[in-house]
Design a protein around this ligand. Structure first.
Ligand code: PLP
Length: 384
């Protein structure tokens, strides 16, 4: 591709823009991962992670993409042949299900239309009937659809059914952008990744772990993913293997940024940008995929559009902006606007301008929409 001036607009729903502060933090000489300087870094990031996951318990960090932490959540807690309950909320829930089956679990699969989150009523009904379900798996924010499941209601459903299943939640595209509380919501394993709300490159993944999850210790084979040796080494700020030191430098900086802004403000900023995006989508005369307003995602918006791939192609070619493609059964039928991570009003305005110009370039007759988004941004006050 020929030279392009200015900064590329990376508006996929992760990996997200890595802020300059984080890039500079990563750009440091590496250090001995068994030396005293490292232990300080290790202890600091583990403490910072507890704040973001809102837990007092351990957060296990892996040098892997999020998929590794999915596997870790399953192999640390379950035994071959265990039955787990999962919901067809979109592409990532479908992939997690496939992984569970490959690992020898029996998945009770609740079919869905990819426009709604996990259904708490269905969960309660199934759990009342099926007492042998060992775990409930929920993707908090479906990155393929822009739908956020109501995790506290799923927790309440498990309790209402008087069931003791573990609750395993994927927060890969919600952590650091949508309100989430591991301890308060009674989650047993929370799965996270570095490359979205945490504003880092891909390469770190996480399991926040409840006491109940640790005690479960099923009989699945596990070695690299085993929590226990990692939690032991973490006591002193180390890992049992070579650490991804430079990513941990970046993580320390990203966690500091989230603390400086304040998590409540981070969530409010994302919610405001999501609302402005939906205002633009509606003004264009297009439809947001998420069907229930209680489940609108703050971190991305999936937009139904028959010419989605052509629109994305033109936007990349003409305006140097990447949007998310439709995944799985949504291929070619939606484009996804990522508005999470290191992001502000003018970046959103630029993004929406690019989308609007792209829609017109593709020959769609759309009404102006950016103005509706700007109006909402002006009216909704910026958090303190
Ligand atoms: N779960 C969700 C909700 C995701 O968005 C992704 C990736 O985008 C994954 C799981 C898989 O994570 P990774 O691609 O980092 O392995």
């Amino acid at each position: 591709m020929s030279f392009r001036s200015g900064r590329h607009f990376l508006q996929i729903p992760g990996p997200t823009n890595v802020p300059d502060r984080v890039l500079r933090a990563i750009d440091r000489p590496t250090i001995d991962h068994r030396g005293p300087e490292f232990a300080e870094l290790g202890l600091e990031v583990l403490e910072g992670l507890r704040h973001v996951f809102r837990t007092d318990g351990p957060v296990v960090v892996y040098p892997s993409s999020g998929t590794g932490a999915w596997e870790a959540a399953l192999v640390n807690t379950l035994s071959p042949g265990d039955r787990v309950l999962a919901f067809e909320t979109g592409h990532f829930a479908t992939l997690w299900r496939a992984m569970a089956e490959r690992l020898g679990l029996e998945v009770v699969w609740v079919p869905g239309d990819w426009r709604h989150g996990a259904d708490p009523e269905r969960a309660e009904a199934i759990l009342r009937e099926q007492r042998d379900i060992a775990a409930v798996m929920v993707v908090h924010n479906e990155t393929s659809t822009g739908v956020t499941s109501r995790v506290p209601e799923i927790r309440a459903a498990i309790d209402a059914a008087g069931h003791d299943a573990l609750l395993l939640v994927d927060t890969i595209s919600s952590l650091g952008s949508i309100d989430y509380r591991h301890d308060e919501w009674g989650v047993d394993v929370t799965v996270g990744g570095s490359q979205k709300g945490l504003m880092l490159p891909a390469g770190l993944s996480f399991n926040a772990v409840s006491e109940k999850a640790r005690a479960a210790r099923g009989s699945m084979p596990r070695s690299y993913w085993d929590w226990e040796p990692i939690i032991d080494a973490n006591e002193q700020g180390y890992w049992p293997y070579t650490s991804a030191t430079n990513l941990l430098y970046g993580l320390r900086e990203a966690l500091a940024m989230l603390r400086e802004e304040g998590l409540e403000n981070v969530f409010a900023r994302h919610a405001r940008h999501a609302a402005a995006t939906r205002a633009a989508v509606r003004a264009w005369g297009l439809e947001v995929l998420a069907a229930d307003e209680r489940e609108y995602s703050s971190s991305l918006t999936a937009v139904l559009c028959d010419d989605a791939d052509e629109v994305r192609r033109l936007i990349l070619e003409r305006f140097d902006m990447s949007l998310g493609a439709g995944l799985g059964q949504l291929a070619g039928r939606v484009f996804r606007i990522g508005h999470l991570g290191d992001f502000n009003d003018l970046m959103l305005a630029g993004t929406l301008c690019g989308v609007e110009m792209g829609l017109r370039a593709a020959g769609l007759e759309v009404e102006p929409g950016v103005a509706a988004a700007l109006e909402l941004l002006e009216a909704a006050s910026v958090p303190a």
